[in-house]
Design a protein around this ligand. Structure first.
Ligand code: G3I
Length: 499
């Protein structure tokens, strides 16, 4: 995941064949004309939930969820209303997912995954390689046998969730407080176990973001923080695949928000990884610490989101410290308000500023008319006035679609079917090659799967049924690639099906 706005990612426009250029030139007279009006920035409108407030700056706000509590309607109602990223508190850990060697069990993990995605919430995977919560059979392994078991576990679990999650905590809590490696059975397999875990993970699911996750790495001058920093620096310098660092941010049990927290976040980010606060809780839910940690994240562009470690105080692993944003009765605490206010006062993301710029053509505000349930036409970008186009009229599976000047050719004619497919040439479907931010949008033989199903929404966005993310373009130019990205309400994510 990257916090950088998709609209700012520069790439070279794709080259087009002379034949296609000629076709386009001939069709220039029928290019759709869109009414262009100035867009009024809406960055300061106050959102009323944590997830919506965080989304204003392109971030998420999440919570840990326990499958056993989903039947509690107070719990599930708050969770679905307030949060847009979900972490399984225990259900995707090794003891839950592979209780016996070679026998995987995803029932509880899937229960959380399905609950979340049915509500349009995204899911972080937690966790694959960890000294704790190993199944009994794994605890007794060592050496090459354990190394192979770790690799098999990563492949088995990531294979099950391939293409479905926003991120995985690949390795959890592998360092001592002084910055040395924690002594564990995994460490005993060789110092390279962490990079082997990450390389295995990248191959198992190339589309998901791979994170290292730990606690007590919030204070920049602390030994453990420096130890983890050096490892990430080393991985980036040697090309070991790693995308993000999760700072658990447990300010409980005697820990508190350090004054240099933002320095820590920006220092990790400067290595070329995203950062996220992954398990936040604060003793007695101090409002100043909650607002301070939120503000620190908001001040760092690559801090992509915040997750609290439970919904109500009674759901917390440290419930005696009342460390969460909702009290045990489900009421929002003062800390909730302090976080919400901080999120609502965030500076708009660069993409929002850019979209509002007078130099960028924009569109009228989203209409409230009902979206079509079927139809045929061109998919015209609200920001660009250009159409979603299959380059060179290719019919090959895997051809990435792009924006291009609208024409009347078959490579821009899309049919929205009653089964939510967007078909072109009759038998090819608009297809998401993954579900993460930045996943490519291509054409592929229609197969009935959810990565080929799209919702045309009344606000003009087109969301993937599998990912919940919006069709998105990173520029208005001919050749701009189409991808999926977290929905942000901006014109570069709005399209109309125009006959
Ligand atoms: O479900 C069983 C229950 O059937 C049994 O009767 C009971 C007896 O003790 O145990 C229950 O399981 C407990 C489980 O939580 C679910 O409540 C485990 O004993 C208990 O060890 C487990 O604790 C979890 C802890 O990780 C284990 O390391 C906490 O819920 C969970 O919040 C905590 O989460 C960790 C993150 O994964 C990593 N970072 C630190 C964080 C807090 O410790």
């Amino acid at each position: 995941m990257t916090a950088l706005p998709s609209v700012h990612r520069g790439r070279n426009p794709q080259k087009r064949s002379p034949i296609h250029k000629a076709l386009l030139a001939g069709a220039a007279g029928v290019v759709a004309t869109l009414t262009v009006v100035a867009m009024i920035p809406n960055a300061n409108a106050a959102a009323s939930t944590l997830g919506a407030a965080a989304a204003q700056s392109g971030r998420y706000f999440g919570t840990a969820i326990a499958a056993s509590r989903l039947g509690d309607s107070t719990y599930s109602t708050i969770a679905a209303r307030e949060f847009n990223m979900i972490t399984a508190e225990n259900e995707m850990k090794p003891d839950a997912t592979q209780p016996n060697r070679g026998q995987f069990n995803f029932s509880s993990g899937d229960q959380i995954y399905n609950w979340a995605t049915q509500r349009g919430l995204k899911v972080r995977g937690h966790t694959l390689a960890w000294h704790a919560q190993q199944p009994g059979w794994m605890q007794s392994l060592s050496g090459s046998n354990l190394r192979q078991a770790m690799i098999d576990h990563i492949n088995g679990v990531m294979g099950h969730y391939r293409g479905k999650l926003a991120a995985w905590d690949v390795v959890n809590e592998a360092f001592n407080e002084d910055g040395s490696r924690r002594s564990s059975n995994l460490q005993g397999t060789g110092n390279d176990w962490i990079e082997v875990a990450f390389r295995t993970a990248r191959a198992a699911d190339p589309g998901v973001k791979l994170c290292y996750n730990d606690y007590n790495i919030e204070n920049w001058s602390y030994g453990k923080t420096q130890g983890v920093y050096r490892m990430i620096q080393d991985f980036k310098s040697r090309g070991v695949p790693i995308d993000c660092v999760g700072l658990q941010t447990h300010f409980t049990g005697g820990s508190s928000l350090p004054g240099n927290f933002q320095t820590t976040l920006s220092s990790f980010a400067a290595l070329g990884v995203d950062v996220a606060l992954t398990e936040v809780d604060v003793t007695n839910a101090s409002t100043s610490q909650y607002s301070g940690l939120t503000q620190a994240c908001l001040n760092v562009p690559r801090c992509i989101g915040i997750t609290v470690w439970g919904v109500r105080d009674s759901d917390s692993w440290r419930s005696s410290e009342s460390p969460l944003l909702f009290n045990s009765g489900g009421g929002a605490k003062a800390a909730y308000t302090s976080v919400l206010n901080a999120l609502n006062s965030a500076t708009p993301t660069p993409s929002q500023s850019a979209t509002a710029s007078p130099s960028v053509p924009s569109s009228p505000a989203p209409s409230s008319s009902p979206p079509p349930s079927s139809g045929v036409g061109r998919l015209v970008g609200a920001q660009s006035g250009r159409c979603i186009d299959v380059p060179n009229a290719s019919q090959n599976n895997g051809t990435r679609v792009q924006l291009y000047d609208c024409n009347t050719q078959a490579n821009q004619q899309w049919t929205y079917t009653s089964s939510k497919q967007l078909t072109v040439y009759g038998n090819k479907c608009l297809d998401a090659a993954g579900s993460g931010n930045g996943s490519e949008i291509q054409i592929y033989s229609c197969n009935g799967q959810t990565n080929q199903q799209w919702n045309l929404n009344s606000n003009g966005t087109i969301t993937g049924v599998q990912s919940g993310r919006c069709l998105d373009v990173w520029s208005t130019a001919n050749g701009a690639r189409v991808q999926i990205y977290d929905c942000n309400g901006q014109a570069n994510q709005r399209f109309s099906l125009t006959s």
